[in-house]
Design a binder for this molecule. Structure first.
Ligand code: TYD
Length: 219
């Protein structure tokens, strides 16, 4: 099963992925955690470029194609092989991040971006996409607190430094895009405690697993 997590900064994606991973393993499942950008060997190089301050003269189009290159390589060398080996794959961001950040956020056409994603993912779409939804003010507050706590280098903070208006557009974009793909997206209120959010995530994943593994039994 392929599950992706989406949301603005500070929604707790990596915390939730860690909790879900532990739960799936308790159920005796083999799992693999990955992320975009940076899930593959090439991707780690691309991530460095994409998130560094020095690359702030990247054009929007060049940035887009780096995200797509990262994704194509990620699918081919990490995600598809893991799924074929029977593992569950949990990815921190995937194709929807491009539609939402480069599309709703930066003004490129979401439909065109979806078409480019079709090329990059080569038919491999998530079984379930969990959108962790939070007010941008709260998300940014959490992201900044995390950066300070971790002493994260400033170059990793390029996105967090951008203004609130952008994050508000991204948040709305996610909700719009999720509503257009109800078969795959589930929206979870991420303002609650990690335990409460995890309980909800677990329910959604359990339901998706039932549906995937016993489709005939579905009411
Ligand atoms: P990351 O450090 O992974 O942040 P987060 O903790 O929010 O996941 O940074 C990834 C950044 O890259 C994030 O701001 C979103 C952005 N991004 C895009 O703009 N387009 C994409 O296709 C992807 C995968 C990420």
């Amino acid at each position: 099963m392929f599950v992706t997590f989406e949301g603005i900064e500070g929604t707790g994606k990596s915390t939730q992925i860690g909790l879900l991973d532990a739960w799936l393993r308790e159920q005796g499942r083999a799992t693999e955690i990955t992320r975009e950008p940076g899930g593959s060997r090439l991707g780690r190089e691309l991530r460095r470029i994409l998130l560094s301050m020095e690359s702030s003269d990247l054009t929007g189009q060049a940035e887009l194609f780096l995200y797509l290159a990262d994704r194509a390589q990620h699918v081919a060398t990490v995600i598809r092989p893991a799924l074929l080996a029977g593992h569950d794959v949990l990815s921190d961001r995937f194709a929807d991040s491009t539609v939402v950040y480069q599309g709703y956020g930066r003004g490129l056409d979401p439909k065109t971006l979806h078409g480019l994603n079709e090329v990059a993912v080569d038919g491999l779409w998530p079984d379930l996409t969990i959108l962790l939804d939070i007010e941008p003010e709260e998300g940014l507050r959490r992201a900044l607190a995390r950066n300070i706590a971790e002493g994260t280098h400033a170059s990793e903070g390029r996105f967090e430094a951008e203004h609130m208006e952008f994050h508000a557009r991204v948040r709305e974009g996610y909700l719009t895009w999720a509503a257009l793909h109800p078969e795959r997206f589930r929206v979870v209120d991420a303002s609650a405690s990690p335990e409460v959010v995890h309980a909800r995530v677990r329910e959604l994943v359990a339901a998706a697993l039932d549906e995937k593994e016993q489709p005939g039994l579905r009411m």
